[in-house]
Design a protein around this ligand. Sequence first.
Ligand SMILES: Nc1ncnc2c1ncn2[C@@H]1O[C@H](COP(=O)(O)OP(=O)(O)OP(=O)(O)O)[C@@H](O)[C@H]1O
Ligand SMILES: [Mg+2]
Length: 237
Amino acid sequence: MTEHQTLIRQLFLPDGGPYALSSAMSARSGSGKTTLLTSLINAARTDSAFNETRFIYVSVKKEHLFKPMHKKEKIKPVSSVWDAVKSMRKNQITVFYPSDPAYYEEDVDSLIDSVFDLADSNPEASFSIVLDDANVLKGFDNRGNPSPQVKKLAIAGRSKRIRGLFITHRLGNLPRIMNGNLSALILMSIPSMDVEYSRKVFGVDFEPILPELHSFRWAVVDLLTEHVHTFNPISPK
Ligand SMILES: Nc1ncnc2c1ncn2[C@@H]1O[C@H](COP(=O)(O)OP(=O)(O)OP(=O)(O)O)[C@@H](O)[C@H]1O
Ligand SMILES: [Mg+2]
């Protein structure tokens, strides 16, 4: 197994192991989060360990960068939970665009509930739910209280083979309840006030790597060992 493969499995494989908690990606607007995330998921999809893993990518901005991996694959965004479940039964990747800003939270909550139901009735399947621009959702701030479903995903997902990846602009957008329930952080260009925040909340010091995190460079923080690894930019396809 290559180092890259190990990293991708630690970040995304919902195998119930110690690394299979949810994770978070935080960085400034326009720093390359969606591009990086897409490339990491594409890499996961070429690894047979993910054959039974379903990826559900939720974009409140209604944009995605996924391209079909083979001729027959069609990536057609869906906007109802019903269609999302139908898609998950058939496709490895489902793109979900919540349709009405007034009901974003309800949509995401019922999507999470449906994934837990699917996991219960399909013991061989596992799920990776990516919430891009999660900072738009109510409850995504440090003092905020996310919905019971989001809490369930972060706290009870691992043993059900379900992982969340919460993508936000600031580390401070992550609800406090997530502290101690994440196995990794993926960082790109972050504001220096996040450094202080991270020292306080995660007990990890990014100060030394802050100067490196520019021009689409990125880092992964292993929250189990507190090791920080930095990476060169991916080449967007
Ligand atoms: N590794 C890279 N190399 C070159 N260009 C990149 C790279 N990653 C992203 N970009 C470019 O930077 C711009 C912003 O990227 P992207 O949309 O992925 O950022 P983002 O962090 O998701 O932004 P937002 O916070 O607005 O969602 C895009 O035009 C994208 O093509
Ligand atoms: Mg984005």
